[in-house]
Design a protein around this ligand. Structure first.
Ligand SMILES: Cc1cc2nc3c(=O)[nH]c(=O)nc-3n(C[C@H](O)[C@H](O)[C@H](O)COP(=O)(O)OP(=O)(O)OC[C@H]3O[C@@H](n4cnc5c(N)ncnc54)[C@H](O)[C@@H]3O)c2cc1C
Length: 326
């Protein structure tokens, strides 16, 4: 049936397709509403589907993003179907501005799929960041970890299946499945809040596993609302907010010139730690300031369409992993 609703060819191409993440997870864009033009229409409160020039839309979308005029981007919606290990779901669900409906382990049998980190992702504790990974762990430690995790998981899966075979309620049978067990949900969010989620979860400070999900979702945003995506990369993901002290440091080194140029202040710099501390920056802030002004590469979240799977094949994999108690 034809629709009067605006559709985006690049989004239609992936709609309902399943993109694998980690070993058993996925993200699928199951529906969307609106695009960059809807951001513009809402901002202008204009009529109908006009034929505005793309460059004008781009200029407005970028202006709105730069100036944090955010409500127009709340007019665009995304609905995802996602599967992730429970420890990732726990981080993800902290984002309160989405609507979530999770697979019910009380009602349904849990697919016995567990996340197994690859050797390349298996790292030692970071010395610099208490909440992060450092150097790679020795291969022998990864191998032993796999063996131990395998033991814990098969015991946990056995107990789950035994409880079900004794007709114990599903809501009790599932209580000792490990945090590595995959769960899934429908997750609906507007563009503004999705970009906030992506800013936090595409960032290096986020756990690698959730970054893998965020990267795929960023690729989906790129297809639905490419101009908003581009503005987000420029102003949020690869941009940075500056404190008064940081801006003062830059102003000591650079000065605005004429109408459209900036030039180095002759004879100024370098600014050492003492000079930066005099501007009120703590040691930690100095480290972060240096990071902020380091040139950043724009990441590319392009989706690999060759990896897209059908809903039927993903569903069959999940069904095969569901226990069949006697
Ligand atoms: C790298 C990283 C490490 C983290 N570590 C921890 C940790 O150790 N422990 C931990 O508990 N959490 C941790 N978190 C979670 C973090 O503190 C936030 O809860 C999470 O990122 C959600 O952010 P948010 O509240 O901005 O997002 P959302 O919930 O999506 O909210 C979006 C925005 O809406 C507004 N908003 C939403 N709800 C409210 C409200 N009730 N009141 C006021 N404003 C609201 C806020 O402006 C908020 O920024 C971590 C997050 C990251 C990214």
């Amino acid at each position: 049936m034809d629709t009067k609703r605006p559709t985006i060819p690049a989004a239609e191409e992936i709609l309902g397709g399943y993109f694998p993440v980690l070993d058993h997870g996925f993200v699928s864009l199951v529906d969307y509403m609106g695009s960059d033009e809807d951001v513009e229409r809402a901002a202008r409160v204009s009529y109908g589907y006009g034929t505005r020039k793309r460059s004008a839309t781009r200029g407005l979308v970028r202006y709105l993003r730069r100036h944090r005029h955010t409500t127009p981007s709340e007019m665009v919606e995304f609905k995802f179907h996602c599967a992730m290990p429970m420890f990732i779901a726990r981080q993800w669900v902290r984002h309160r501005t989405a609507s979530v409906n999770e697979y019910s382990g009380r009602y349904s049998l849990m697919p016995l799929l567990f996340y197994r980190p690859e050797a390349e992702q298996f790292s030692l504790q970071s010395r610099a960041n208490r909440q992060g990974r450092g150097d790679g762990a020795p291969r022998s430690v990864w191998e032993q970890a796999m063996e131990r995790w395998e033991g814990v998981r098969s015991q946990s899966a056995d107990t789950y299946e035994w409880l079900l075979s004794e007709d114990v309620a599903r809501e009790l049978s599932r209580i000792d499945l490990p945090l590595s067990t995959y769960t899934q949900w429908y997750w609906k969010i507007d563009l503004h809040n999705l970009l906030h989620f992506l800013s936090l979860r595409c960032d290096d400070h986020a756990q690698w596993e959730i970054r893998e999900y965020a990267g795929v979702m960023a690729g989906m945003v790129k297809r639905v609302a490419p101009l908003s995506y581009e503005a987000w990369v420029d102003y949020d993901l690869c941009g940075a907010a500056m404190s008064h002290g940081e801006l003062s440091a830059l102003a000591m080194l650079l000065e605005p010139r004429a109408e459209d140029a900036v030039e180095a202040r002759p004879g100024r710099g370098p600014l050492d730690g003492t000079a930066l501390a005099a501007l009120g920056l703590s040691k930690r802030e100095i480290v972060e300031f240096r990071e902020k002004i380091r040139p950043r590469e724009r990441p590319d979240f392009e989706l690999d369409l060759e990896r897209m799977r059908s809903a039927e094949s993903v569903s069959a994999e999940m069904e095969r992993a569901v226990p069949t108690p006697e």
